[in-house]
Design a protein around this ligand. Structure first.
Ligand code: SAH
Length: 349
C-alpha cells in the first residue's frame, strides 16, 4: 500500500528535484546527476545510479517510484515495420511504431490512451479515450524505439512523429513537456526539426503552438478542404471549420515561418473528384505547405475505399499545376495493423 503513496520521480522538473535535494540536506548538483540517470540513461532502478551514495538512494527509494513502460508485445511486419504494444504503469496499453526506410528510422508515438475524436475512417476512434499519457510515457516510447533501431537495424533513430493513438493537442502540456525532454541534452538531444506533431486541426491550439514558439514541425490531417465533406469525415470540423483552420495556420506561419504538411487520404466517391482537388489546391495557397497523400488503410468492411490511381493522378496534376509539392506515401506495416489509423490495441481485445 505504501508504494502507492510514492510519487513518480519523473513528474518532477529538474528545478523541483533540486529543491527536493536541498530540502533533505543534499547537494543541489546531485539532482542533475539523478535527472540524467532518469532521462538520458533511462534507468528504471535507483540502485543502478552508481555515482549516488547508498544512503541517498535509500531516501529516494522510500519517497519515489520510477514508473516505466513495458513493451508487452512486439510485432514485425514483412516490410520491416515494428509495432510495440506498450503497457503503462496502470495496465493501460498504447501502441507505437518503428518505420524504417533507406534513409530514415522514424518513431511514431501515441499521446493518449484511445482517442476522444470520432474520425470515421480511423480505428483508434473506436476506442474511447481513457486518459492522457504522461510526459515520461511518451518519452519512453521513443526510448524503446531507439533501442530497437540500434538492435534490429544498427542505425540511429532519425525522426519522431506524433501520429500514433490520440490527439496530441488535446494533451498539450504533457506532449510539449515530453518533446522538451526528447530535445534536451539531459534527455535524448534530438533536434526539434526532426519531430512532427500531427493534429486533427484544433484552431485554438494551433495558435497556442505559435504563441509558444515551438520549433518542431506541424502536420494537419486535412482530408478535405470542403466543409461539408470534412465534417462528414471528421466531426471536429463542425467547430473547427476549414476557414477557422486557415486563419489559425496563417497565424502559425506569421509567428513561426514554418511550412505545414497536410495529410490527405483520397477515398473512392467521397473526395476523389476535381472539385475536391481544386479546393485542396486553393487551401494550400494560404501559407507555404506541402501535401502528403496517404494511402487508406482499411479498418473494416465499411463505406471507405481507397480511390483509384487515376484519381490520385488527377490530384497530383492539379496540385502540380498550382505549384504545390505533393508526395504519395505508401502504407507501411499494414499486415500487423501498424499503419496510419490502424492502431487499436487489437491484440488486447
Ligand atoms: N490525432 C492526430 C494524430 C493521428 S495521426 C491526427 O488526427 O492528425 C494519424 C494519421 O493517420 C492522421 O492523418 C489520420 O487522419 C490518418 N488516418 C486515420 N485513419 C486512417 C486510415 N484508416 N488510413 C489512412 N490514414 C488514416
Amino acid at each position: 500500500m505504501q508504494a502507492e503513496k510514492k510519487q513518480d520521480i519523473r513528474k518532477l522538473t529538474l528545478e523541483e528535484l533540486e529543491a527536493y535535494f536541498l530540502s533533505v540536506g543534499e547537494k543541489k548538483f546531485r539532482a542533475k546527476q539523478v535527472y540524467e540517470w532518469l532521462w538520458n540513461k533511462s534507468l528504471k532502478n535507483f540502485d543502478e545510479m552508481s555515482n549516488i551514495s547508498k544512503s541517498t538512494r535509500e531516501i529516494l527509494k522510500e519517497n519515489f517510484t520510477i514508473n516505466h513502460i513495458l513493451v508487452d508485445q512486439f510485432q514485425r511486419s514483412t516490410d520491416g515495420t515494428i509495432k510495440n504494444a506498450v503497457k503503462l504503469y496502470d495496465n493501460n496499453i498504447v501502441e507505437s511504431v518503428l518505420i524504417p526506410t533507406s534513409k530514415r528510422i522514424t518513431a511514431c508515438v501515441s499521446s493518449q490512451v484511445g482517442c476522444s475524436l470520432d474520425c470515421n475512417f480511423c480505428a483508434t476512434a473506436r476506442l474511447k479515450r481513457m486518459r492522457n499519457l504522461n510526459p515520461d510515457e511518451i518519452y519512453d516510447q521513443v526510448v524503446a524505439i531507439q533501442e530497437e533501431a540500434s538492435l534490429y537495424f544498427d542505425r540511429p533513430l532519425t525522426n519522431i512523429v506524433f501520429m500514433g493513438m490520440g490527439e496530441p493537442l488535446l494533451n498539450y502540456q504533457n506532449v510539449l513537456s515530453a518533446i522538451d525532454k526528447i530535445c534536451s541534452p539531459e534527455g535524448l538531444g534530438i533536434s526539434p526539426r526532426r519531430i512532427t506533431l500531427s493534429t486533427v486541426g484544433i484552431g485554438k491550439m494551433i495558435r497556442k503552438l505559435a504563441d509558444d514558439e515551438v520549433k518542431f514541425n506541424l502536420a494537419l490531417s486535412l482530408h478535405s478542404a470542403i466543409n461539408e465533406t470534412r465534417t462528414r469525415l471528421m466531426p471536429i470540423n463542425e467547430t473547427n471549420t476549414v476557414e477557422d483552420l486557415a486563419q489559425a495556420l496563417k497565424y502559425w506561419y506569421s509567428k513561426t515561418k514554418r511550412k505545414v504538411t497536410y495529410e490527405y487520404v483520397i477515398w473512392d466517391g467521397i473526395n476523389d473528384d476535381e472539385k475536391h482537388a481544386r479546393a485542396l489546391a486553393k487551401f494550400c495557397k494560404h501559407i507555404p505547405s506541402k501535401v502528403n497523400i496517404i494511402q487508406y488503410n482499411p479498418i473494416d468492411e465499411g463505406e471507405f475505399r481507397q480511390a483509384s490511381q487515376d484519381k490520385i493522378d488527377l490530384y497530383l496534376s492539379i496540385l502540380e499545376g498550382s505549384g504545390i509539392i505533393a508526395n504519395v506515401r505508401k502504407s507501411r506495416g499494414q499486415d500487423i495493423d501498424a499503419a496510419c489509423g490502424q492502431l487499436a490495441n487489437k491484440n488486447e481485445l
